[in-house]
Each structure stands twice: as structure tokens, then as C-alpha cells.
Design a protein around this ligand. Sequence first.
Ligand code: GLY
Ligand code: MN
Ligand code: MN
Length: 446
Amino acid sequence: MKKKALFIAVLVGLLSALMAQVQAPAGYSAAEFERRRLALMEATGNGLIILLASPGNSGAGHFRQDNDFYYFTGCEDANAILVMIPATKDSYLFVPQKTDREKMMEGGNSLDDPEAREKLRLKAIYPVSYFDEFLSRLSGRQDQVIYLRLSPEDSVGEARSETALFQARRARNPYNAQLSLNQFRAERFRQLYPAAELKDITPRIDALRMIKTPEEIAILRQNGRISAEAVKKAMLASRPGAFEYELEAAAVEVLLRNGCRGPAYPPIIGSGPNTCILHYEKNNRAMQAGELVLMDFGGDLNYLTMDITRTWPVSGKFSEEQKRIYRAVLEVQKACLEAFRPGVSGRDVQEYVARRMKEKGIDPLGLRGGLGHLVGMSVHDVQAPELVLKEGMVMAIEPGLYYPEKNLGIRIEDTVLITRDGCEVLTAGVPKEIDEIEALLARRKF
Ligand code: GLY
Ligand code: MN
Ligand code: MN
């Protein structure tokens, strides 16, 4: 008996040591990007497809390549251009010729790497200064159609539609009403190549990006585990008197230690009245016993994001009123997850939720459920207007109830993968049942 207990203790010790070990982040193979380019060229069929890289880094954060450019190259060179020719299935990359000083300061790019062409599986890599000459040479040989991204770009934390919204809001002030980089690029192509017909490649890109590949799914699963662990650490760091940013620090540490570049969007950590501000990000208030704290958080791992929200009581125990509201949100969220499977629309999910709430005798307090938003390279990922679920899509489902007059907001959000016959919750590692949350919080010492 003693031997058995010892064996179990050793096994548990070994297992926890293994789990505590930092796992190397999952990555992409070179073949993945080639497959994506071929799929896009296949879908397009004619003309030229031209995608432009991010011009460079200007903020304090790490450089992050333009999503669409990265999706088809896996290349992190700034200021580059990718040309795909569907007729021949060839791809060409154009990158800036760096000066010695630039190379000394920031390192070289693909032009300086003799193996880059092979690694990136391209026909050729040329200096970007040769790009217009290359295009002029081609113009006699190809039909004059250029597929460009004429829709707005997305970014790690902003959907294409949010980029458009920001651009429109900025133009309210006439002194800020300049063209976006994306608009400027389209204008320049129109001016330099007036005979060419410019077509928007974005819908074809989005059709590919909406369905995640096996390599993406491996990264997303890993990100789900890391981001859930990060939120769990933040829950354990909460206590009456703690500042919201202390929870942010605990969670971000988990991301960085596990290979994420950082959060996928500004962490939302709101306590008390701040639980009712949906995109609150000041995170500088001290939380009080009796209040709830709402945390909306996710990592950015290898250009793929995650989106989780949990809401919990600062003191460790929900009040009766908090429990009643929490249960309504949780039951609606769970009913949505039960409904998720290929072929389902937002309306189907709402009908299912209504039926389930009736069966369970739960007042959903006005919540109806639905599909949520797709998650991928952007946390508000590319999405078709009339969305119907398909295997390989990744969705965040985020029902919430907000009562500003009570300083009480509750949101519960998970990111899920749509499978052949249902869905897999990628963020299940962080508790959401009331008793599980209270049990986790009871482990805190203060
Ligand atoms: N984190 C942003 C959202 O939940 O959509
Ligand atoms: Mn969220
Ligand atoms: Mn969300």
C-alpha cells in the first residue's frame, strides 16, 4: 500500500513537472504557405495577384506583418510585395535592398538570405526597386487584370470593418482626413496602370482564411491552453484592494513565457462599474470586496489569436443576485455551444437557445444567443456577411448582461473550433461553472 502511494506521488510529481515545462510554440511548414498561394491562384484563375507587406514598425510593440501578406508568405520582411501569377502558378517576392547600416541595426531580409527563395518556395526574390519594371514587362503578356486588396486591412485586434470605421471616424476632423495606406496603394496602381482593371482579391482571401488548416488548428489549440492558463493566473491574483493592472501583469506573464508575442488586443480588466464598459482598457482601478471583476483576454501566438472572457467575484463568493444573472448568461452560452455544428446559422442557434431555456425553466433575461464572431489572425477575424458554420471555423461566443445602475456586468466568452459534428472548446482550461470558480478562488491566500 505504501509502495502504491509512493508510486502515485512520483507519477503525479512527474506529470506536473511535465505540464509545467514550457512547450515550444507550434509553427507552420513552408508547404503551408505554398498551398495557400496555390489555392488563391486556383480560385482567381487570371491576371496578377499583388499583396503588399506592412511598411514597418512604428510603435513600441513587436513588428507584426500584415495579416493577408503573412497568410500567403510566412515572411516577416517589412515593405515587401508579393506577386502571384495564376497562369503559371509562380510567385515572386520583392523586398527592399537594405543598406549596411540598416543590416547592422535591424538585421537583413530575404534578399540577404541565400536560402530564402527555397525556404519560401518562390520563383524569385528581387529588390523592390525592380517591381514596376517587372510589372511593365509582364503587362504585354498577361491580361490586364490586377487583383489587389481593395477592402480595408485587418490587424491583430481589429476587423476589416473596424479599420473602415476608424478611417471614417478619423475623417470627421478634416485635418485628419487623409487616405489610408490601403486606399493610397489602390490610387497609385490606378494612376500608374490606368489600362489595368483593378479587382478586389479580399473576398477570395477571406474564403480561405475563414477555414482553419490543420497547422493553424494545432496553434489555436495551444493558444487556447496558454490563454486559459493566463486568465486562471489572473483569477488567482485577484483580491480586494488589487489593482486591475495586477491581474493584467499576471496574465501577460503567462503569454510571454509560452511564446505568445503578447495579448491579441488590449486586455479588458474591469471591476465594479467597469464591468459594464464593454471595451474598457484603463485597467487602473482597485477592486473591492462584493464587486465582480470581468476579464476579456487572449494571446497572439504565431499570428493566431484567442478570445476569452470570465467574470468572477472579487471576494471569492457570488452574491445571490450575481449568481442569478451569471446563471442566465452561462446557460445561454452553453446552449449556443450545444447548437454549434456545421450547417447552422445565427437564427438556428437563437431558436435552439429559446427552446433550451424553456425546457430548463430558465429566464434568459433578454439574451437570445447567436453565432458570435470568427477568430483567427485577427481576434475579430474575416467573416462572410450571412455566416453559416462550417467545419474548421473558429468562433468566439460571448453573451453578456450589463446593469450599469447596479455596477454589474457579466460576460462569459469562449473560443471554439467547429468540428465535423459539433464544436471543441479551445478555452475550456479556465473554469466557468459557479462552484468551479469559487473553488479556484478559495485557493487564494490573503
Ligand atoms: N475581445 C474582444 C471581443 O470579445 O470581441
Ligand atoms: Mn473578448
Ligand atoms: Mn469576442
